[in-house]
Design a protein around this ligand. Sequence first.
Ligand code: PBG
Length: 406
Amino acid sequence: MTRPIFIAPICTPFVARLTPLRNVTRARPSSSRRSSHLLAVSAPDRPSTDTASLSLPRNSRNEPWVEQRSRPRRNRKTDGMRDMVRENLVLPCNLVYPLFIHDETHAEDIAVMPGCQRHSQASMLREVGEALALGVRHVILFPKIAEDLKSNHAHECYNPDGLVPRAVAAIKERFGSQVSVWTDVALDPYSDQGHDGVVSEDGNGDGGCGRILNDVTVDMLCRQALCHARAGADIVAPSDMMDGRVGAIRDALDADGFTDVSIVAYTAKYASAFYGPFRGALDSAPRATSRAPQNKRTYQMDPGNYREALLEASLDVGEGADMLMVKPGVPYLDIIRALHDNTDLPISAYHVSGEYAMLKAAAERGWIDEREAVLETLLCLKRAGATSILTYYAKQAAAWMQGSRR
Ligand code: PBG
């Protein structure tokens, strides 16, 4: 659709302008003019060998001259100029801060994600307050659930006294509408199979394994979303990739009066190796003891697929999603752009745990400048089309952004 518009006004005059320029260039170095130029060159500048024929033409001041009118560098010549023409900015208000929580009274470092912790309720509230002071107004919660509360049907996911509802209520009580609380809607932290869905008892899946039951899972997701909404969640974010869950959750919320609770759909969530550190942090990876395969490829998307993301997007839009998420972030910039260009909803990007861990690891070794690399990464996610960015760097990046020029 954009093609004819693009070709007509831009290319036609461009070609027309190029043609005479080319002619001039070709006609200009006629032997007499060129040699007169060269004769005028002062001694120190004069090429000593016959490389003379390679030297550039000279301007009236006898300086080398690449004869061109367009010089894009003019718009990059000063800080002030660059600031004026910069097309995208990433600000603390674009960031969503993921927080890991557990049902303990202490905070615990996560080795594979330096700088991240599994928070107690007290340290979570402190972290939210610090983020808020830096302008980060959105947090998303990920719980580490005690082993004895896990089951195949993940019933704990809608326990109104569970870890997530208590955390949501505590944040809302302390910070009210200053902070938007997002919750992850999926079964994996609660599943003794380590899957985002309920695993069938049969062996009808890949290699005689169990299958992930779509509609049974969606039923649980609706209860979970409702439970989070009742606790005060502002936004629920289904990350499970079951079919039809956005519409079902929308209906469940609306029927219970939660028409103002938003749904950010993990629209294009790929079966990615970059979730490794996250799964370690929550002990949520598919289990070796699971009846289902030890990967999530029957529900998360194949990294080779682009058009399938458009299909997922059109379904989520139709089912009433308020925002569409792409995950992971940087390896999937083309998908962010695709969703941005093909829908009218805001796009969210998840800069996931593996992306965070790679930056941290390289920075710790002194191989990259962490601040520059992180701010560039976030800016590039924004440029690709994401207005909100979930990143474990949210607080640190917001601190770097204070008073900094991008
Ligand atoms: C699970 C979920 C995952 C992440 C967010 N929600 C992991 C997975 O799908 O296995 C990954 C986030 C990250 O890696 O930072 N529903």
